[in-house]
Design a protein around this ligand. Structure first.
Ligand SMILES: Cc1cc2nc3c(=O)[nH]c(=O)nc-3n(C[C@H](O)[C@H](O)[C@H](O)COP(=O)(O)O)c2cc1C
Length: 201
């Protein structure tokens, strides 16, 4: 297969991206609107960027009808969000929060999740996740408008929380975190079949 992507529909291009870029870590992003109503949704177009400042990014993509995700609406309003990490223990609840609810309906309530106040930002953390990264927006890069267009949200992590049982000698071994990754379609992967490969000098 060798394709000039100009000949493909946006859906076909998206399908090739999710089948080729994997496993993808999942940012479970909590936000609030101006009125303080909470919102929660998973995003697997997500990665860390730098340690100086501590920064990360994720991509809310518009719907097929060109509707912007509530997460992005809230981040534009408040400039703040929390990335909670998705693990084997909470992935089913995280999936529940990906359902489309009317703006202003809280996925915390719908999925039976517990909001915990953050230290530095207004959006709450998700108690059922063992790692929380409180973020302030550095930049929102508009990639494209309309159907299946989207934005890249770049945030600075201002506060980092990890549940104590995760820690071993001050680090977080993947065997304790049990993070999951998103594959294509409805598939996920675990992080237990890991192997070590030391970088050459
Ligand atoms: C595991 C998983 C990963 C997802 N990743 C993304 C993503 O990277 N970008 C995106 O726009 N939607 C993604 N979605 C879909 C959103 O979670 C879904 O559209 C959600 O309803 C958005 O919520 P909001 O409108 O409250 O922000 C993902 C869904 C799941 C289950």
């Amino acid at each position: 297969m060798d394709i000039d992507v100009a000949a493909l529909s946006p859906r076909e291009r998206y399908a090739l991206l999710i089948a080729s870029i994997l496993p993808r870590p999942i940012a479970w992003v909590s936000t609030v609107n101006k009125a303080g109503v909470t919102n929660l949704a998973p995003f697997s177009f997500f990665t860390g960027i730098t340690g100086n400042p501590m920064s990360l990014c994720f991509a809310p993509v518009n719907s097929r009808d060109g509707i912007v995700k509530d997460t992005l609406v809230n981040i534009r309003e408040t400039g703040e969000f929390v990335v909670n990490v998705v693990t084997e223990d909470n992935v089913e609840k995280a999936n529940l929060t990906s359902a489309t609810y009317p703006y202003g309906v809280s996925e915390f309530e719908k999925a039976g999740l517990t909001p915990v106040p953050s230290a530095q930002v207004r959006p709450p953390r998700v108690k059922e996740s063992p790692i929380h990264m409180e973020c302030r927006v550095l930049q929102i890069v508009a990639v494209s408008d309309g159907a299946l267009g989207g934005n890249l949200v770049i945030g600075q992590v201002v506060q980092f929380h990890a549940d104590d049982p995760l820690l071993k000698d001050g680090a977080i071994p993947h065997e304790r975190l049990k993070a999951v990754g998103r594959l294509e379609g409805a598939w996920y992967s675990k992080t237990r079949e890991a192997f070590e490969l030391v970088r050459p000098k």
